[in-house]
Ligand binder design. Structure first.
Ligand code: KG4
Ligand code: ZN
Length: 337
């Protein structure tokens, strides 16, 4: 079964062809990061316009890379929310027009369900075992930070989420304060690799012992007040600062994931969303998995950050369960999981 995935919810224009929900035949991502970096963050109207300019070449490229024709597709899966309304509309309207033109069924995918499905994608030549059910998912992206119990495809229960900033948002805001540009997550990750995580003492917010919620605004404020009293750190000091901040975020994410696994009696953890690309988080979770004996599933970084392969994977699962969207499909910027 061949499914085309289309993703335009934020600042990546992406199209992918996935076979049987796991074999990635083509994965094209056109990033707008360079455009938005000059504004220090994503400018919605600029994002929409760039999606309009890029979507057709990206789609054609994905079909060519997969070595197929549009007529060979079994379905077209598109992100319908959550995300930026104008950006989502470009993907949804294009997918609708394409589905109509080539006479293929359309499937609406929740962007967050897409992130959760990334763990099912093969990544040759690395060996790959798909997660078994039930499992716990730690979803860490620019807009979301949540712990979700997944009992079967599409059967999810939210166990906890952030009360304020998402973890990716915290990375981006602190990156900005440190003058590291947009997006801060990648820059902090790079700096942290050669920094001392114990150099700067920063708070860990762990609301309630058995509570599975997160809070990152206190950490962000702590960084802001530290920086207000001193000059911007330079060179090795900057690396140390980044490592200390990253450790504070990672610590909380790992501790809450371990607690959720224990409380729910689960033995498999899926980690997804842009922050799952973070090397500090990946390393700390690998240590926790070895200590506690849970199976850890973290997709390669290219499937953690926004991409359309994950949308095609989630779309395939939905399509196989009979989901179909009509040509009246609309977008929902605040679509819950
Ligand atoms: O999932 P994603 O690509 O888009 C959303 O759905 O939000 O996540 C983007 C977020 C940004 O906040 C970005 O800074 C963060 O993921 N991110 C990282 C890394 N790569 C991306 N954060 C920490 N370390 C990274 N290596
Ligand atoms: Zn995302």
């Amino acid at each position: 079964m061949l499914v085309l995935g289309v993703e335009t919810s934020c600042d990546e224009t992406a199209a992918s062809v996935v076979e049987d929900g796991r074999i990635v035949r083509a994965n094209v991502v056109s990033s707008q990061i360079a455009t938005h970096a000059q504004y220090g963050g994503v400018v919605p109207e600029v994002a929409s316009r760039q999606h309009v300019a890029t979507i057709i070449p990206v789609l054609e490229r994905a079909i060519a890379d997969a070595g197929i024709r549009f007529a060979d597709l079994d379905a077209i899966a598109v992100t319908a929310g959550p995300g930026l309304v104008g950006a989502l509309l470009v993907g949804v309207e294009t997918a609708k027009a394409l589905a109509f033109a080539v006479g293929k069924p359309l499937v609406a995918v929740n962007h967050l369900a897409g992130h959760l499905a990334a763990a099912f994608l093969d990544n040759p030549p690395a060996p790959h075992t798909p997660p078994s059910y039930p499992h716990l998912a730690l979803l860490v992206s620019g807009g979301h930070t949540a712990l979700i119990r997944i009992d079967a495809p599409g059967q999810t229960r939210l166990l906890g989420s952030t009360r304020d900033d998402a973890s990716g948002e915290a990375f981006d805001k602190v990156g900005k304060m440190l003058g590291l540009g947009y997006p801060g997550g990648v820059a902090i990750d790079k700096r942290a690799a050669t920094g001392n995580p114990q150099a700067v003492t920063l708070p860990r917010a762990l609301p309630g012992r058995d509570d599975l919620d997160f809070s990152f605004s206190g950490l962000k404020t702590a960084v802001a007040s530290l920086l207000a009293r001193r000059a911007l750190p330079q060179d090795q000091e900057m690396n140390d600062f980044c490592a200390s901040f990253q450790a504070a975020v990672v610590d909380v994410l790992v501790r809450k994931s371990r607690r959720a696994l224990a409380l729910q009696g689960l033995s498999a953890l899926v980690v997804c969303g842009g922050v799952a690309a973070n090397r500090g988080l990946r390393a700390a979770l690998a240590v926790a998995a070895a200590e506690d004996g849970f199976a850890l599933h973290i997709p390669p970084p290219k499937y953690c950050t926004d991409n359309a392969a994950m949308i095609a994977a989630a779309g395939t699962q939905l399509f196989q369960r009979g989901a179909r969207a009509g040509l009246d499909l609309s977008v929902d910027p605040g679509l819950p999981l």
